[in-house]
Ligand binder design. Structure first.
Ligand code: CP
Length: 307
C-alpha cells in the first residue's frame, strides 16, 4: 500500500475533513480570483473505464478553473485496457505523467487495486455498484447550501438502492451526523445491501424501509431520487419490470414539505418528470454545479495546496 492520500470510500475522510472541504468549496465561490492560477503546472488525469457526463466533465472543469491541465480517456476502449492491460499497470504508468488521478471503473474494488502502488493521489470516481465518494461530497455540499446544516433531518432515498452506489456512500456519510433518519424507498428486490444495513445498525441510526413513496413523502426533508441501474441488472426482463417503479411528479409532491429538497445524482431516465424541474424544491442541476465546486476543493486538499 502506498503512503499517498487517496479518496476511495467516503469514510477515508473524517467529518472534520469533509466540513473543511465544504468550507474550501464555499471560499472558492466567494473568492474565485484567489484560486484562478493555484494549480498552474499541475495535471489531473481522468481515467474513465465507464461512461460519465457530470463526474468526468466537472473534474476537468474543476482542474481547468484552478489553472491546471487535464488529460485522460473517457472509455476503456480508447485505452490499453482494451488490449488487456491491468488497472494496476495503467495506474503505475499514468502516475509518471500527472499529479493526481480521478478514476471510474465498472468493477467494484478496482480503485482499491489501483491504490496499492500509486505515487500520486487517486480519487474513486465511481466503482461499479459499490461507492461514489465524490458524488457524496457533492450531495453533502448541496444539502449544506440548501438546508444550512447536515444534521437533524429525515432523508428519503428512493429507487434502486441495491445497485445505486451514490446511495451507499451517502448513507455512510450522513449516518455520522447527529439525528439523521433514513427512509429507504424501493421495491423489495432493490433494497440497500445487507452491509449498508449493518452499518446503520452498528451506529444506531434510525431507519426504515417502505415500497411507497406516497407514504414517506410528508415526513421528508430531503428526497434523493435515483435511476434504476439498467447496466447492473443480470437480465433485461427484471429491468423492464422495475424501471418505472417510481416516477416523481407534481401530484406526488402535493403532500411534501414546502422546504423539501429534491435531489438526484443524475443522469435521470423516467424517475423525475420534467414538470418537476421548475418546482423551487428541485435542485438536481444545482447539485451538478456543486459537484464542480467540491471537486475543486478536493483537488486542492489532496494536492496539499490548501489544508
Ligand atoms: N452523477 C454521476 O455520477 O453522473 P455521471 O455518471 O454522468 O458522471
Amino acid at each position: 500500500m502506498s503512503n499517498v492520500r487517496n479518496l476511495i470510500n467516503i469514510t477515508d475522510f473524517t467529518v472534520e475533513e469533509i466540513n473543511k472541504l465544504i468550507e474550501i468549496a464555499d471560499d472558492i465561490v466567494a473568492h474565485h480570483e484567489k484560486y484562478d492560477e493555484i494549480c498552474k503546472h499541475k495535471k489531473l488525469a481522468t481515467l474513465f473505464f465507464e461512461p460519465s457526463t457530470r463526474t468526468r466533465l466537472s473534474f476537468e472543469a474543476a482542474m481547468l478553473e484552478l489553472g491546471g491541465s487535464v488529460l485522460g480517456f473517457s472509455s476503456a476502449n480508447s485505452s490499453s485496457a482494451a488490449k488487456g492491460e491491468s488497472v494496476s499497470d495503467t495506474i503505475m504508468t499514468v502516475c509518471n505523467y500527472v499529479d493526481i488521478i480521478a478514476m471510474r471503473h465498472p468493477k467494484e474494488g478496482a480503485p482499491i487495486v489501483a491504490s496499492k502502488r500509486n505515487t500520486v493521489p487517486i480519487i474513486n470516481a465511481g466503482d461499479g455498484g459499490h461507492f461514489h465518494p465524490t458524488q457524496t461530497l457533492t450531495d453533502l455540499l448541496t444539502i449544506k447550501r440548501k438546508k444550512g446544516r447536515l444534521d437533524n433531518m429525515t432523508v428519503g432515498l428512493c429507487g434502486d438502492l441495491k445497485f445505486g452506489r451514490t446511495v451507499h456512500s451517502l448513507i455512510e456519510a450522513m449516518l455520522r451526523y447527529p439525528n439523521i433518519k433514513f427512509v429507504l424507498i424501493s421495491p423489495e428486490e432493490l433494497q440497500v445491501p445487507e452491509y449498508v444495513k449493518e452499518k446503520m445498525n452498528e451506529v444506531g441510526v434510525e431507519w426504515r424501509e417502505t415500497e411507497s413513496l406516497e407514504d414517506a413523502m410528508p415526513e421528508l426533508d430531503i428526497l434523493y431520487m435515483t435511476r434504476i441501474q439498467r447496466e447492473r441488472f443480470f437480465n433485461e426482463e427484471d429491468y423492464v419490470r422495475l424501471k418505472d417503479s417510481y416516477i416523481l411528479n407534481l401530484e406526488k409532491l402535493e403532500t411534501a414539505k414546502k422546504d423539501l429538497t429534491i435531489m438526484h445524482p443524475l443522469p435521470r431516465v423516467n424517475e423525475i418528470s420534467v414538470e418537476v424541474d421548475d418546482d423551487p424544491r428541485a435542485c438536481y442541476f444545482f447539485q451538478a454545479l456543486c459537484g464542480k465546486h467540491i471537486r475543486m476543493a478536493l483537488i486542492l486538499f489532496l494536492l496539499g495546496i490548501v489544508k
